[in-house]
Design a protein around this ligand. Structure first.
Ligand SMILES: *Cc1c(COP(=O)(O)O)cnc(C)c1O
Length: 421
């Protein structure tokens, strides 16, 4: 099922009034749903001491949302200086921040070490010398190379730009030890929107094998493994959800076996974005035009600036019409934005109830990689973000962009520089 039914039930009766009050389009996020998912995840993995989820900030980088994750006891996964700053604004610091960057600059390393630091997750062996100060605790992102991957968004590990190769891994930790590291973690991120829980279990097993091997060869005890993000959500009706219960059970069993054999249990870290936030957001947009040419086009007041995934990956986002929920889906339409790009379509040849100007549409599952991916091509502004709070009130947590925002970086009067002088 796309979008949690509980969210739909909370939103449907009030969506018209919210749209009238704030104006469309907007993304709206469900606080209750986010908190429920956080608590469910913690309960499922409670058999592993020190289980921690680091919410991937890039999925929904709004400090008001990050604060909810912080309150639920989660850390943050960041991969840029601004993401670190946002996470710190929400109260994340030290061990509760994981800095998983790639192609990293010295400034980023300094930002990662600033203000109480973060856990440094290095993407390459060459970076060991570039870290201005080697922290006590160091983690490497592992790329196992030849391994079946979940799906095409991440691609074949052999072609992926991420991580330390299999043959480099031991040397990477050895070098980090020479530079003074004394505490260790191991990370990998191999999946994206993965719905097969077995794949995630295999990833955990692979990392546990690696830290077992590395303990033998290097004599180091790993504090944690981090299986990355990439847990999938069912975007399409009828798609089976990831069996997170089975995943937790099977990974817990692996950890128990590991503890028996090795005499200790490492922590398990995850850094999911989509799974935590995706189903708890919706893009609400209004039909403003209808056009009959070779196809029927339904023009809405949002466009790709609000949601890139359909245009960029051909991703499916379910669409419902709250006021016409009981009508049959007996017309076939393309739901389009206003960008001068033919891939600015939220849905292609989709069965929907007959639509009229003024109808409100819910585009489902926009809580992760939705607003965050938006862009300003064609002078299209990104929409506002609202939070449907647990108590039923609605809080605007980001306004829509304006022409002033769009032109804020222009420097018409800057003094020219003459490079030949
Ligand atoms: C994007 C990303 C994530 C989050 O991915 P989801 O698919 O949203 O779970 C986690 N870790 C890293 C390193 C990433 O690049």
């Amino acid at each position: 099922m796309p979008m949690r039914p509980e969210f739909t039930d909370r939103l449907t009766p009030v969506v018209d009034r919210i749209a009238d009050h704030y104006g469309t389009p907007f993304h709206i996020y469900d606080e209750k749903g986010i908190r429920d998912t956080c608590r469910h995840l913690k309960t499922l993995f409670s058999g592993i001491t020190g289980f921690s989820e680091y919410f991937a900030v890039k999925a929904l980088p709004n400090p008001e949302i990050l604060k909810i994750f912080k309150e639920e006891g989660f850390g943050f996964d960041c991969s840029s200086t601004p993401e670190l700053q946002l996470a710190r604004m929400a109260g994340g610091h030290g061990d509760a921040l994981m800095f998983t960057s790639n192609n990293t600059t010295e400034e980023e390393f300094r930002a990662a070490a600033a203000e109480g630091g973060s856990v440094l997750n290095l993407d390459d062996i060459s970076l060991i010398e570039k870290v201005p100060e080697m922290p006590e605790l160091i983690c490497f992102r592992y790329n196992p190379g030849n391994r079946r991957t979940g799906n095409e968004i991440i691609g074949n590990p052999l072609e992926a730009k991420y991580g330390v190769s299999h043959d480099q891994l031991e040397g990477a930790y050895r070098k980090a030890m020479e530079r003074g590291a004394t505490r260790f973690g191991l990370h990998t991120m191999l999946a994206s929107n993965e719905l097969n829980h077995t794949y995630m279990v295999e990833t955990a097993a692979m990392l546990l094998d690696r830290i077992r091997d590395l303990r033998k060869t290097l004599g180091i005890t790993f504090e944690f493994i981090n299986i990355g993000g990439g847990l999938g959500i069912p975007y399409e009706p009828g798609q089976e959800a990831l069996d997170i219960t089975a995943m937790a059970k099977e990974i817990t069993a692996l950890f128990n076996t590991f503890e028996k054999e090795e005499g200790y249990m490492p922590r398990l870290c995850m850094e999911s974005g989509r799974f935590m936030a995706g189903p708890h957001g919706a893009l609400v947009t209004r039909v403003i035009n209808k056009k009959e040419t070779y196809r029927t086009y339904v023009g809405v007041d949002a466009c790709m600036s609000a949601l890139m995934r359909p245009g960029m990956y051909g991703a499916y986002h379910h669409i419902t019409v709250p006021a016409k929920a009981d009508l049959p889906c007996d017309t076939v339409v393309d739901v389009v934005g206003s960008l001068c790009e033919n891939n600015d379509k939220f849905a292609i040849q989709r069965d929907l109830p007959a639509l009229a100007e003024g109808d409100l549409l819910l585009i489902h599952d926009t809580g992760a990689h939705g607003h965050a991916m938006g862009f300003n091509y064609n002078g299209k502004m990104r929409p506002k973000e609202l939070l449907l709070e647990s108590n039923g009130s609605v809080h605007m947590i980001r306004r829509e962009e304006t022409f002033e925002d769009y032109t804020a970086t222009l420097l018409c009067d800057a003094a020219p520089f003459n490079p030949t002088a």
